[in-house]
Design a protein around this ligand. Structure first.
Ligand SMILES: [Zn+2]
Length: 333
């Protein structure tokens, strides 16, 4: 059914519905000033998950970043809220604030200690990835020889289900993700990965992974980076093509947004990345000059294009946030 809404009605829809960005690409570092989160708030995003660590960092560096970000959010409670549960997210929206929780990209942050999971949860981490491109003690990475989920990894799945942290399969290897989705008793997400049928890349995911994720009741967040969308093109129509592909394969209730977007940062990220080039191997377009990033400023446009091609209002609301909200409501309990 064709849904004819004008731009004002689309803007109203985006302002009224819950908008959820499942993963921001803000580089995790304790020196970064989170005032940059205003870009999400101003574009009517209601919840964003920001990254406090990834496998390149040690457990100590992750804890240091988590401490700094957590303090910043708590101190700036006039505009931001540390979201501990879904009630916090709903209240934040009512009060016009941005709800923030943290994610960690890879299990090196545990330093081999399963007890760290409940500690991280206590400090505001609500989503964790198993690996960051390369293998670790728990799992295989998407740019490595996939070792699958290790025995330690299996205990992590169980503990994350128990503690209430969303299992995120982005950046992990194919076999690893299939193992995780067999073992998890709760919905599993790919917070920022695109279908590889549309854009062939090791960071993107196969139809089998998309189907397995949907079977858990999970959601795939569309990544806004040009090299994962294809041809470094961040046009809204290209983003919508990825959304349509997943919707046709498993249903629009399994699609969301995880832009992986970062505004200009006040630290020299490229110098830090250059210390561990193995995490971004050659041949995977990481050396593309001027990599483009779609971000929260395209939300209204995405809703407009989806509506224009016939997505129903409730489907658009699902994609903008309610699908991820459904998963979080189940897992965070
Ligand atoms: Zn990532």
């Amino acid at each position: 059914m064709y849904n004819s809404m004008n731009l004002e009605e689309i803007k109203k829809l985006c302002a009224q519905t819950l908008v959820w960005d499942a993963h921001a690409g803000v580089f995790p570092n304790h020196e970064i000033d989170l005032t940059l989160l205003n870009e999400w708030r101003k574009n009517s995003v209601n919840y964003v998950s920001i990254n406090v660590g990834f496998d390149v960092m040690s457990m100590n560096q992750t804890l240091e970043t988590l401490a700094a970000y957590r303090n910043w959010v708590l101190k700036n409670n006039d505009l931001f809220v540390l979201a501990c549960n879904m009630g916090d997210v709903v209240i934040a929206k009512k009060e016009g604030k941005l709800a923030v929780a943290f994610d960690i990209e890879g299990m090196n942050a545990l330093s081999g200690n399963i007890n760290m999971l409940s500690l991280y949860h206590g400090l505001g981490v609500r989503q964790m990835l198993f690996a960051y491109n390369l293998n670790n003690k728990a799992a295989g990475g998407c740019h490595d020889t996939d070792i699958g989920l290790s025995t330690f990894g299996k205990t992590i799945v169980k503990e994350m289900n128990r503690v209430g942290i969303i299992i995120d399969c982005s950046h992990a290897g194919l076999k690893t993700t299939m193992d995780i989705m067999v073992h998890s008793t709760k919905p599993v997400v790919f917070s920022h990965s695109n279908p590889s049928t549309i854009c062939e890349h090791q960071r993107n995911i196969s139809d089998d992974q998309i189907k397995a994720c949907a079977k858990t009741g999970g959601v795939i967040g569309i990544n806004g980076m040009g090299i994962f969308l294809g041809n470094n093109d961040i046009n809204t129509h290209r983003i919508v093509r990825h959304i349509c592909y997943i919707s046709e394969l498993v249903g629009s209730e399994h699609v969301g947004i995880g832009f992986d977007y970062s505004p200009q940062l006040d630290i020299d990220v490229s110098a830090i990345l250059a210390t561990r080039p193995d995490f971004w191997p050659p041949g995977q377009s990481y050396d593309t000059p001027d990599i483009k990033h779609a971000g929260p400023s395209q939300i209204v446009d995405i809703a407009a294009v989806l509506t224009g091609i016939g997505f129903k209002t409730n489907e658009v609301e699902g994609i903008l946030g309610k699908n991820f909200q459904r998963v979080a409501s189940i897992v965070w309990q």
